[in-house]
Design a protein around this ligand. Structure first.
Ligand code: LLP
Length: 420
């Protein structure tokens, strides 16, 4: 079988998987499994790669914490100068607890509650509004608070991002943003909203997008819109391209960050305003793995199964998007032999799988497997289904590692639940 190509996850001398300078075996001796392991070096390098690629345009990066909201991950990006994109009061709370200045946060979300709007205004966060009704409400709340809300309007450009339908957001059939017509009306009437200053135009067309064309098409459409809005007299200070950059989970192709930058920079340079980006997956996905123990091998006359101690509640992506994650042994040897098997978890659903009909090295029970590319939309989407405790999280920083979140205890499962 092939091994995932990454300089952050490599096999050391004894043919054992390392995250940077730390052997995965050493970590799991301390934490047990399942456990998420992140490389801080990866996060830092990826962030620098991104900002370097766009050095020619005045820009700001807002790390989208929905990809991985561990306090230490948020802090890693914030320490590098990133702003933070939050989608709920809960994400705000996490970012706040990680030490982020609310003025460096964007409040996004298609269904913000009045409490979330109030919080954003109180903390002077930039709000990304998604409909006329929401803008009316923001204006009303800001008036009551005797404040002026800063808002960007998220526009849905009706562009097909060619990704999984569940993570496509830029088409008219998706619930996100205002269409160009509605957004034009909002900007035309901008003087009507006494307690709002309209400062930005925003888009986010989807996630795990593996070709630059949809971005080009959307930026073209919204650039035209940008100049129209300026002609109304609105002072637009920023143009937000959103997130969505796809990553390669194995040998499949995505575009490189320089291809993305080369395609967009000439277009963005024409806009005389600052550019915002909200990457999540690009900064985190390939910086994390989920390590799991093989519990059993079994076969029937149809299939082989490798049953592991992680499950869909720990990493949901394969179950709901049929997402591919490369899976490889933590320990390898020259005598390894490949088999074809389903890699499945202990949850009582047939949807609880990490891979189907996958060619993988034969592994005995008690051995460990690494599920690669699990740094984004892994832990954040975990649940307690089947009353399973959420896994621990570890961050490796060169030649040391820290447990940045312990495995949940049984008491966590019963949080504030009472027999009456
Ligand atoms: N900005 C907004 C407004 C978003 O909704 C998202 C992601 C991002 C930025 C970051 O997108 P990224 O760069 O990570 O693609 N659970 C799915 C992904 C859902 C993405 C939701 N929005 C998955 O596991 O693939």
């Amino acid at each position: 079988m092939d091994y995932f190509k990454s300089k952050y996850f490599t096999y050391g001398l004894e043919n054992s998987l390392y995250c940077d300078n730390i052997s995965v075996q050493e970590i799991i001796k301390k934490t047990g499994t399942p456990v998420y392991i992140y490389s801080k070096n990866f996060f830092e390098d990826r962030y620098k790669e991104f900002t370097q690629a766009f050095r020619e345009v005045k820009h700001k990066v807002f790390y989208s914490v929905k990809a991985n909201f561990n306090l230490n991950v948020i802090k890693t990006f914030y320490d590098l100068g990133s702003g933070i994109d939050v989608n709920s009061e809960g994400e705000f709370y996490r970012a706040y607890k990680a030490g982020v200045d609310p003025k460096k946060m964007l409040m996004t979300g298609v269904g913000k509650t009045s409490d979330e709007i109030r919080l954003a205004i109180e903390k002077d966060m930039m709000i990304k509004a998604e409909s006329s009704e929401e803008i009316e409400l923001i204006n009303e709340i800001a008036a009551k608070m005797k404040k002026k809300a800063r808002i960007a309007v998220r526009v849905n450009p009706n562009v097909n991002p060619q990704t999984h339908p569940y993570i496509s957001t830029g088409l008219s059939q998706n619930k996100f943003g205002s269409d160009i017509e509605e957004a034009s009306g909002i900007f035309k009437d901008y003087e009507k909203f006494n307690n709002i200053s309209f400062t930005g135009i925003d888009m986010h067309i989807g996630s795990q997008i593996t070709s630059v064309e949809p971005f080009i098409e959307a930026v073209d459409k919204l650039s035209e819109f940008y100049f129209k809005v300026k002609a109304y007299g609105v002072k637009i200070e920023h143009f937000d391209v959103g997130g969505g950059i796809g990553v390669a989970h194995n040998s499949e192709k995505s575009f490189s960050i320089s291809e993305y930058a080369e395609a967009l920079i000439p277009k963005l340079k024409k806009l005389d305003c600052e550019v915002f980006f909200e990457p999540g997956r690009f900064l985190t996905a390939n910086g994390g793995i989920l390590v799991t123990k093989v519990l059993y091998n079994k076969k029937n006359n149809f299939k082989k199964f490798i049953i592991v101690d992680a499950a869909m509640n720990d990493l949901l992506r394969p179950s709901i998007y049929s997402a591919y994650h490369h899976i490889q042994p933590v320990e390898i040897s020259k005598t390894d032999k490949d088999i074809v098997a389903d890699i499945v978890g202990p949850v009582c659903e047939s949807g609880d799988f990490f891979a189907k009909d996958r060619t993988i090295t034969e592994t005995a029970s008690g051995k460990y497997l690494a599920i690669m590319s699990s740094g984004a939309y892994g832990m954040v989407m975990s649940s307690n289904y089947n009353a399973r405790r959420r896994p621990a999280e570890v961050m490796v920083d060169g030649d040391k590692f820290n447990i940045i979140r312990s495995r949940e205890t049984f008491d966590h499962l019963l949080y504030d639940e009472k027999i009456i």
